[in-house]
Design a protein around this ligand. Sequence first.
Ligand SMILES: Cc1cc2nc3c(=O)[nH]c(=O)nc-3n(C[C@H](O)[C@H](O)[C@H](O)COP(=O)(O)OP(=O)(O)OC[C@H]3O[C@@H](n4cnc5c(N)ncnc54)[C@H](O)[C@@H]3O)c2cc1C
Length: 414
Amino acid sequence: MKFDIVVVGAGMVGAAAASLLARSGFTVAVVDHQEPSPFSLQEPVGLRVSAISPGAASILAEAGAWRQVERQRHCPYRRMVVEDREETVSLDFTAAEFGLERLGTIVENTLVQWSLWQSLLTLGGVELFCPDKVAGLEYVDGEPVVSLESGATIVCSLLVGADGANSGIRKLLGIKQDHWEYGQRGLVSVVQTATPNNGVAWQRFHEGGPLAFLPLSDGSSSIVWSLPEAEAVRMLELDEDEFLAELDNAVAGGEGHWPDRVTACGPRAAFPLTMRLSKSYTASRAVLIGDAAHVVHPLAGQGVNLGLLDAAGLVEVLVSAHNRKVGIASEKTLEKYGRWRRSEAELMAHGMHGIRGLFIPEELGLLRRLGIGLISGSWTAREAFIKRATGLNRNAPALARGQVLTDLLRANTG
Ligand SMILES: Cc1cc2nc3c(=O)[nH]c(=O)nc-3n(C[C@H](O)[C@H](O)[C@H](O)COP(=O)(O)OP(=O)(O)OC[C@H]3O[C@@H](n4cnc5c(N)ncnc54)[C@H](O)[C@@H]3O)c2cc1C
């Protein structure tokens, strides 16, 4: 079997890339070892949610999934508050001050994955190899040949590794990574507060790490609490009342402060926090996208957003190459994608690393207050911060900045 492109991994990033590539006229094979779980409103809110930026939402719209997401459970947020642990300074942004309808949307990962999968099922030009796994990779006459555990063999012009943080494709391609272990876990749960969350993404930096409350459509909040490894394990072992007391203590604030009292919580889980950055995003006739290429600290909720921007960036570069009759897997084409997207991820990864470093140690209190004060007091800094957080900065792919796929295809043929 021969396809233009093989995408390995149909998580949020791989499935979005496959959909966009097929909609651009390429033939696409998608390999994943499992189908996404169906999304159901009868199920309680899932533990894994993402803050999807407006730029990433535009990409998901072009991938045929956003309308489906907006018909289901989702929650726009229009205000974002970031507090220093002493509450002496804070950053407070509203969508309206930047002329935006919203700063982002909180959605369950399963809903995004399921919606993308439904979109892939309807597309001509896409073949799904699922459940299946990559068993080997070799190059024949310079082209990647992917063999699957089922016995199928796929020849392609370009191989896309979208198989997540422990990417087998990255290993097969021999791409090395820089890797930082934070010795932390992100504890997640769904919690109720005495005063419901009315659309605020709130984050407070504690000595152990940041604690975030993300709004859900029923007024509850999805929390991500970054904690040192041992502390995360202790928090998981507490009974519900003990955990609520710890959480209450961590959100406590002055009169009129939100979150006020935390009244109930659902199941808890914790995920190890790391930062990884691939030394290269490309190899011979192959590229990496999403977590296969980079993993960033979740404190700014940017991991999947960054991955969706990779997907849109890849499509932009490939469509442009194709229409200029340049090979989609030529070294020059892939280099363009790799340099662009890796520099963006590097900025984000080091930014998250730096912000985290600035907030954690006690002795950096003054520097921290100064930093927040500077961003808070400068319109230019505030605007730059929001443009990047919303995926609308000028380095973002055209699909994130509102261009539609048909325009991109037309612009490139013109
Ligand atoms: C606690 C926490 C909170 C987060 N919150 C946010 C947030 O608010 N906003 C945000 O933008 N990001 C957030 N992130 C990051 C975000 O979850 C990830 O960046 C995102 O899920 C990565 O998507 P992906 O498609 O690249 O990879 P994955 O979701 O890992 O998908 C990889 C896919 O590849 C498949 N696969 C793996 N191996 C193979 C194989 N050998 N063969 C075939 N298929 C394979 C898997 O089945 C899967 O479908 C958070 C992360 C954590 C830990």
